[in-house]
Design a protein around this ligand. Structure first.
Ligand SMILES: Cc1cc2nc3c(=O)[nH]c(=O)nc-3n(C[C@H](O)[C@H](O)[C@H](O)COP(=O)(O)OP(=O)(O)OC[C@H]3O[C@@H](n4cnc5c(N)ncnc54)[C@H](O)[C@@H]3O)c2cc1C
Length: 598
């Protein structure tokens, strides 16, 4: 059975050394009360909860799955008790604003806690991540709606499913058919069917505050005619108590390849009462205000599963004995050496480690951007952070989730045939990881978003901001001999990234298909370069610590993993570069019907 240990040392390294959060962010209000001691206390408690309360639910919950009974969803045994403990301890409130009952601590703290929850029990971790729904209400709803719904969403008494997808539309929300008919009392009657709704119903909270995209009858077709509504499962009285049951019901739950403990619901709205969030026809704008947060959560899911699969693969590789090392027996007390002596097993383990730790650094960088975006006193810093978040969100979501799938598969592979056996738990990680490449926008959609909507639409400006930051980092560290193996290739790739963007942008002027044809390779290329920056920052901090305080296994290991990343993973960029400039003709020359020639 798999185990899990919260990566507290890695978080300490990232917070204290790599990002110096206790020194560099003093001007940001939510960092005022943060100290290393407070962070250590919170994260070690959260880690303990993840290890002791959540991890034991993971495999049994996967085997049992959710139950549907006459429109009500029952989560696996143990989930409800753990949920009650979780919210009683105030974990859902950590980084939310104090105005509505949050504790106002930095997002980086919440991000670390989310990763631990998602590693220990991914399906459970999803139920307690609701930053996206909270952001959509906080940034768009009237004060009356905020006062009514936010406190209980934030304290975890109520859930907040996001109801966008319909049977005929997922990527293309402009096709949404769910109707919103205005009523004389300023409410709306919502009718339609949503599908794939995570936690659309569950026994965990007292109420569910569904955020629903729907269309006013007079609205234009397409994306410009979509509005956002709050549609509670139980109507809420003015004094905050629960009123009558609303006409929204869970029609069924999906039988999925993984995430069995997370209910994926068909939701039927039948003249249900809804309340407009923001302006009519501005629903997509309202959703975009939360999209960065919810996509970031999926990127974190990638890190979380890569980490737990890595931890278990390492433990197995140290115990499992097969054959002798190529250089001769390493352990003469046994008839075979542990498989960790074999270079190829090490290739698998180090790949997993480089992905898990690289993506954790990226997530921390992004969580700091959320903090700056929300709380910096400087308008310039807030705007620059928004620009970087727009650029890095599709990379975090798309790239982390792609690498996660590779990583959990390597974890399974390290177990050999035993990885294929259910009760060893490695196959659950593979199953649970797969959805991250799909929901909140597939990898294909992240690629188009990054290259088309973000980079080319801004005429390269969004990329240039990040590019300049990397260039300054390279210039500042160029003279440190020990860092040359990182800085030299990083500086070259940083320039190549701009050049490739220009090449594709120019080709796209005469043929827009060039963008779609290049986009996923461009996303992967961007991800590898972004991770290279993260690994260079980590190598620099580890090197400085060793210089200042002498050798330490943790810091030496960081530098070795950075070297592994640069020598064995980063060369993948060449392939992606070649593919993205190979043009769209090799894809578009084939007539649609010719695909049927089998
Ligand atoms: C477990 C799970 C939980 C989910 N939870 C939620 C939830 O809580 N709320 C919610 O609203 N939805 C949820 N979803 C739905 C999810 O967001 C959609 O499945 C996803 O956005 C893809 O939409 P689709 O399934 O309709 O695929 P489609 O949009 O039909 O896409 C099919 C294929 O076409 C590709 N494609 C489509 N358009 C383009 C394009 N323009 N360029 C390139 N490629 C393109 C896609 O990449 C994909 O490979 C969930 C899904 C799953 C599996």
């Amino acid at each position: 059975m798999p185990s899990y240990k919260a990566p507290l040392n890695d978080y300490k390294f990232l917070f204290d050394k790599v990002f110096s959060v206790y020194n560099n962010y003093r001007d940001i209000s939510n960092f005022n009360d943060l100290s290393p001691e407070l962070t250590d206390t919170i994260l070690s408690q959260a880690g303990k909860f993840a290890e002791q309360e959540l991890q034991p639910l993971n495999y049994p919950g996967h085997e049992e799955g959710c139950h549907w009974n006459n429109g009500e969803v029952i989560t696996p045994r143990g989930y409800k008790a753990a949920y009650e403990k979780y919210i009683a301890s105030g974990w859902t409130q950590i980084s939310e604003k104090p105005t509505y009952g949050g504790q106002g601590l930095p997002r980086i703290i919440n991000a670390a806690i989310s990763e631990m929850n998602l590693s220990a029990c991914t399906a459970f971790g999803i139920y307690v991540t609701r930053d996206g729904s909270i952001a959509a209400i906080e940034n768009n709803a009237s004060d009356a709606l905020k006062e009514k719904y936010l406190p209980k969403l934030i304290d975890g008494t109520w859930g907040g499913p996001m109801c966008m997808t319909e049977p005929h539309c997922g990527s293309d929300l402009g096709l949404i058919r769910t109707k919103a008919i205005p009523q004389s009392d300023n409410t709306y009657q919502i009718s339609g069917t949503k599908m794939f709704i995570t936690g659309g119903d569950s026994d965990l909270g007292e109420n569910n505050i569904n955020l629903v995209l729907a269309r006013h009858p007079d609205s234009p077709q397409g994306i410009k005619g979509i509005s956002l509504f709050i549609v509670p499962k139980f109507l809420v009285n003015d004094d905050g108590s629960l009123g009558k049951r609303n006409e929204v019901r869970c029609g069924s739950i999906e039988h999925k390849m993984g995430l069995n403990g997370s209910a994926t619901c068909v939701m039927n709205f039948d003249n249900a009462t809804g309340y407009l969030v923001g302006e009519i026809n501005k629903g997509m704008r309202a959703m975009f205000s939360m999209v960065n947060k919810s996509r970031f959560t999926i990127g974190q899911q990638g890190t979380a599963l890569a980490e737990v699969a890595y931890q278990n693969a390492v433990i197995y590789a140290l115990e499992r004995r097969q054959m002798r090392a190529l250089t001769g027996p390493q352990d003469s007390d046994h008839s075979a050496d542990p498989i960790i002596v074999h270079p190829d097993v090490r290739r698998m383990l180090l790949t997993q480690r480089a992905f898990a730790e690289g993506s954790r650094a990226l997530n921390t960088y992004i969580a700091l951007l959320f903090d700056k975006q929300e709380c910096s006193p400087s308008e310039q810093v807030r705007q620059a952070s928004t620009a970087l978040l727009d650029l890095l969100t599709p990379i975090c979501k798309g790239f982390n989730s792609e690498l996660c799938t590779e990583s959990v598969n390597l974890g399974l592979q390290t177990f050999g045939g035993h990885g294929f056996i259910r009760e060893n738990g490695m196959e659950q990680f593979v199953r649970d990881a797969r959805a991250a490449q799909i929901y909140e926008g597939t990898t294909g959609i992240q690629g188009v978003d990054l290259l088309g909507r973000k980079i080319l639409a801004s005429k390269g400006q969004l990329l240039k901001v990040f590019n300049k930051e990397i260039q300054q980092f390279c210039e500042a560290n160029n003279n440190t001999g020990a860092l040359k193996p990182f800085i030299t290739p990083l500086a070259q790739l940083n320039q190549e990234w701009l050049d490739l963007t220009l090449t594709i942008g120019s080709a796209a002027i005469s043929n827009p298909n060039e963008v779609g044809a290049a986009s996923v390779d461009y996303l992967m290329y961007s991800g590898y370069v972004t991770f290279a920056y993260c690994w260079a920052m980590m190598a620099k901090s580890a090197h400085e610590e060793i210089m200042a305080n002498g050798s330490s296994p943790f810091y030496e290991s960081k530098i070795r993993t950075a070297r592994f990343y640069y020598q064995r993973i980063l060369p993948r960029v060449s392939l992606h570069a070649e593919l993205m400039v190979s043009g769209c003709d090799n894809l578009m020359d084939t007539e649609a019907n010719d695909f049927l020639l089998f």
